[in-house]
Design a protein around this ligand. Structure first.
Ligand SMILES: Nc1ncnc2c1ncn2[C@@H]1O[C@H](COP(=O)(O)OP(=O)(O)O)[C@@H](O)[C@H]1O
Ligand SMILES: [Mg+2]
Length: 264
């Protein structure tokens, strides 16, 4: 299973949209995908949950001994896409965990207990902070995916994010690496958007995906319809972009994993 944390400490960059729509696009390509909502605003959960989640992922932090991640998994309406939901309870977790020794590794331990081979991907939707929840995601996942808003302001904070990834790699998770940066919300009607993508590619040539997700009103609409873009508007540019991104993510799969027992 590839575990990927979707991280950016800025709000509104496209983390939730990317988690849900990339996840759904991967599922559409035959992958079994688990989405883990780690954001106290629980937008992924509001978008996709078909059953009540209760306290959701908060249980892992609240009662780690009594809770397994598998207990929190629910099916979504999309084939191949499962959800571990979050709730407003997570708001308190950040503060409570700050004083708890070893709290950074709770999610990692829980992810590692999932039945091997049950999922091909786990995507973790992170809050817009670099607090203990995001550090949990960075510790649980060997890979980080960074949605960046194609806007001058969008590039601000990237240096800090890269530094946090470095620190977590050194202290907690030596395998951690940036799987890719996704330019999001690209407005091609201005010079500004494409210029920002060019700047991003200049600074992070190896990390930036070829696919940029264009600004698309269908993407803004689909959360309130309870569907990922691939179901809500499969012919839209948003669906096209997330399918292209999913293709790039699949290209990164280590070749030796193909055909192993774990990947069925
Ligand atoms: N490519 C896009 N085109 C249009 N709207 C988008 C696009 N990506 C995200 N949005 C909208 O922008 C807002 C912020 O996106 P979201 O994914 O929730 O960001 P984050 O999770 O990083 O806070 C949401 O209202 C979402 O619907
Ligand atoms: Mg979000």
């Amino acid at each position: 299973m590839r575990t990927i944390a979707v991280v950016n400490q800025k709000g509104g960059t496209g983390k939730t949209t990317t988690t849900v729509c990339l996840g759904a696009a991967l599922a559409g390509m035959g992958k079994r995908v688990l989405l883990i909502d780690l954001d106290p605003q629980y937008s992924t959960t509001t978008w996709l949950a078909t059953h009540p989640v209760g306290r959701g992922v908060f249980e892992l932090f609240y009662a780690p001994e009594e809770t397994a991640l598998a207990d929190l998994v629910q099916k979504t309406a999309t084939d191949g896409l499962w959800l571990v939901g979050a709730s407003t309870w997570l708001v308190g977790a950040e503060k409570a965990l700050a004083t708890e020794p070893g709290a950074e590794t709770i999610l990692r331990d829980k992810v590692s207990e999932l039945e091997p081979g049950r999922f091909d991907y786990a995507l973790i939707d992170c809050p817009p902070t670099l607090g203990v929840l995001t550090v949990n995601a960075l510790t649980a996942a060997p890979e980080v995916l960074v949605p960046v808003e194609c806007h001058v302001m969008g590039l601000q904070g990237l240096a800090q994010l890269v530094q946090t990834v470095e620190r977590v790699r050194k202290r907690l998770n030596p395998a951690l690496r940036i799987a890719g940066i996704v330019p999001c919300r690209l407005d091609q009607r201005t010079n500004h958007g494409p210029e920002t993508v060019a700047k991003l590619r200049g600074r992070f040539p190896a990390e930036t995906f070829r696919t940029a997700v264009r600004e698309n009103v269908r993407l803004a609409e689909c959360p309130s319809m309870g569907e990922p873009i691939t179901a809500y508007a499969p012919a839209s540019s948003g669906a096209e972009d997330y399918r292209a991104l999913a293709g790039e993510v699949i290209e990164q799969e280590p070749k030796e994993e193909y055909g192993t027992v774990e990947n069925g």
